[in-house]
Design a protein around this ligand. Structure first.
Ligand SMILES: [Zn+2]
Length: 320
């Protein structure tokens, strides 16, 4: 797909400067002059009327006083070092935190040490308006902190592990084994039959939400085989030819989505009710109505998701 990298989180050519990560002295020096992106309970610090820019803070800023003290080096942005830190222990005063951590969290948190209009927001709600550079920086930071949060102990011996290599590695304090950040491959597929596209929904999704089918790639499996297996398991549809289209890092918590196109060999749907609640074929005409937000029953796909990107480009005949 020629325009694959225009998807949200499709990359910005960030210089990750991996060769610098092992130089602790240099990292400390960069930290004093670099930009810091704070994350709070998985939410990102943004500013601007449409929340279209990441807010970057200097080291020593009072809003960073709740930082864990561990800084992840994300790379050099036009020569400027950029780090991320976690300030999740900060307790926002007088704010309703009921929505924080929910699937859809439209709430914003205002830190008293920050200027007006600078807020913590859920990445899903702002991802489509961020610049490619900001999107790459924050997707990287979020995925790494998700990994650190769930990998405090060594998978080999159970000993405590500690962050090293400027956040890109953990070493076990008992057996000294090294552990590296995980990325989990997921296939997400446009399954078409002539002029029709297969859509489905998982149990528990918000009402009216449908998407293309998706599922984790299993060990020992190719992307093509994962597409055919997942679609058959969930819908009873057999898939013939499969082509790869585009990929999207998806830091919820640490996936890499592989967008594919598969041609259905049959049209009779038999759903697996454990995995999905409903599936059906939608015509191009009806999908256009959905994408325009004008369908009476089905919600438009979220802007910024690869599902929305693939469906939009299928409708526009731009999959090649
Ligand atoms: Zn160990």
């Amino acid at each position: 797909m020629k325009i694959a990298e225009t998807v949200t989180f499709g990359g910005s050519g960030l210089d990750r400067a991996a060769q610098l990560r092992g130089d602790a002295t240099l990292m400390q020096k960069h930290l004093t002059t670099g930009d810091i992106l704070p994350l709070w309970r998985g939410k990102v610090l943004v500013q601007g009327e449409a929340r279209e820019n990441l807010a970057r803070l200097p080291q020593g800023h009072p809003a960073l006083k709740d930082s864990t003290g561990e800084y992840i080096f994300l790379g050099l942005d036009d020569g400027q070092a950029v780090f991320a830190c976690d300030i999740s222990s900060w307790e926002p005063p007088d704010q309703d935190l009921e929505l924080v951590g929910q699937f859809f969290d439209p709430s914003e948190q205002i830190h008293p040490e920050l200027a007006q209009g600078v807020v913590f927001a859920e990445l899903r709600s702002v991802m489509a308006q961020l610049s490619p550079r900001d999107a790459e920086l924050v997707a990287t930071a979020k995925a790494l902190f998700n990994w650190h949060d769930s990998h405090g102990f060594c998978a080999k011996c159970g000993g405590k592990s500690a962050m090293t290599m400027a956040g890109w590695q953990r070493n076990c304090t008992l057996c000294d084994s090294s552990h590296f950040p995980r990325t989990d491959p997921v296939v997400i597929m446009l399954i078409t039959h002539g002029n029709q596209l297969l859509l489905g929904r998982s149990p528990g999704w918000p009402e009216g939400m449908y998407s293309t089918l998706a599922g984790f790639v299993e060990p020992g499996e190719t992307l093509e085989a994962a597409v055919r297996r997942e679609v058959f398991e969930e819908s009873g549809i057999e898939v013939g030819a499969v082509t790869y289209l585009a990929s999207q890092p998806w830091a919820f918590p640490s996936s890499l989505m592989f967008g594919c196109h598969g041609e259905a060999l049959n049209t009779d749907i038999t759903i697996d009710p454990v995995e999905i609640e409903d599936a059906f074929w939608i015509s191009r005409e009806d999908l256009m109505q959905v994408m325009a937000g004008e369908h009476p029953k089905i919600r438009a796909a979220r802007r910024g998701s690869i599902a929305q990107f693939l469906m939009t480009n299928w409708l526009a005949d731009r999959l090649n």
